[in-house]
Design a protein around this ligand. Structure first.
Ligand SMILES: [Zn+2]
Length: 381
């Protein structure tokens, strides 16, 4: 092969390679610049319609590098054929090959950088934040009225030095009934008969089981001052004032010398904190197997102030909880000496308080998740 033959072959390789590179640039939507011999280069900034995405450009560029600079490229083949040249010609041809290779490598680097910059620019453009867009509003939740009441009651009793305890919703017959002085054949069970999971396990019918669990933790002589809120279950037919599942807050205070007047004073302070400073409570005799004496506790009707209305059935009083002095049998049964210790217990119906406080007249409203009701509490937050 003659000298010009070499030159021609290399020039052809160079032209072909640069044209292929330009095709890649053009497909990626960039102006043609690296092939000055082209007659109508695309003006700078003008994009070729339907240009390939950046990833395609990267792939095409990789393929180009293999085809024109790789081991099997025409350039490499020229180098391999150099062995057949007369020794004095080799340096010149070698220098020429290197020159072309260097030019192609540089052209490759330029296009690679351009593609990279273009991809970056495109990503920045796509990710531009339009500050005139209205912001995304986050739907704000609300605390359910029952949980609000629990939180408020907890706050009041924490202020009086009570601890908060949490109990299991699944209880044993022993804790739910037996140790609260309600033996198996006791008629009080009929009023509460509930959801049994087995002979010995049931969904608790009251939070009073927590009295036993707490005293067991503190016996035989540490003072107990605790409230325990939670869900309880009974076999009630659901109607406007009954639900098979509802919330209670149990209260228990056991120490030496606790008297009925302490109970009344505590409940009066509670009622005033909850319903206002003019409140007063009234205790009516009642019966619970685990307290003696027992009482139903009323507050002045918060709707009519005591003069009588539809809500209080013209009595001027509204019942809010049951209470009493802890039965000596319960104290002794759990390991507190009833000759030395005494105490009181009470159970607040959370739904009842919430209905009074918020003027809700159907207990089912608490469980229906009607947004119209719940939203009112979102605003009140
Ligand atoms: Zn009233």
């Amino acid at each position: 092969m003659t000298d010009t033959g070499w030159q021609q072959q290399l020039r052809q390789i160079r032209t072909e390679a640069l044209a292929a590179l330009d095709a890649i640039r053009q497909r990626a939507g960039m102006a043609v610049t690296s092939a000055p011999e082209r007659e109508t280069p695309t003006p700078p900034g003008q994009q070729v319609p339907g240009h390939a995405p950046a990833a395609d450009g990267d792939r095409a560029l990789d393929e180009w590098r293999v085809a024109y600079l790789g081991k099997k490229s025409a350039l490499s083949q020229v180098l391999r054929q150099m062995g057949g040249l007369p020794p004095e010609e080799r340096p010149r041809v070698g220098a020429l090959v290197n020159e072309v290779r260097a030019e192609l490598e540089q052209a490759y680097e330029t296009v690679r950088r351009e593609l990279h910059e273009q991809a970056l620019a495109r990503r920045l453009a796509e990710e531009t934040i339009d500050v005139t867009l209205p912001g995304r509003s986050h739907a704000r939740g609300a605390i359910h009225p029952l949980l609000r009441v629990i939180a408020e009651v907890e706050e009041i009793f924490l202020g009086m030095g009570y601890e908060i305890a949490e109990g299991n919703e699944v209880e044993t017959d022993e804790y739910n009934f037996e140790m609260l002085n309600i033996p198996k054949d006791h008629p009080a069970r009929d009023m509460q008969d509930t959801f049994y999971l087995s002979e010995e396990l049931l969904l608790r019918t009251h939070t009073s089981a927590m009295q036993i669990r707490t005293m067991e933790r503190m016996r035989p002589h540490a003072p107990v001052k605790v409230i325990a809120p939670g869900r309880v279950y009974r076999r009630d037919e659901d109607d406007a004032t009954h639900s098979h599942a509802f919330m209670q807050i149990e209260g228990l205070y056991v120490d030496e010398g606790v008297r009925m007047s302490d109970l009344k004073g505590t409940l009066e302070a509670f009622a005033r904190a909850l319903f206002g400073p003019d409140q007063t409570v009234r205790l009516r005799p009642s019966f619970f197997p685990f307290t003696e004496p027992s009482a139903e506790v009323d507050v002045r009707c918060i709707h009519c102030g005591g003069s009588g209305c539809r809500v209080c059935k013209e009595t001027g009083w509204i019942e809010i909880l049951g209470a009493g002095m802890v039965h000596p049998k319960v104290l002794d049964g759990v390991g507190y000496d009833s000759r030395r210790f005494s105490g009181f217990a009470f159970g607040v119906g959370v739904e009842r308080i919430a209905m009074l406080k918020y003027g809700i007249d159907d207990i089912r409203a608490f469980y229906q998740n009607d947004l119209r009701l719940l939203r009112q509490f979102a605003r009140a937050l």
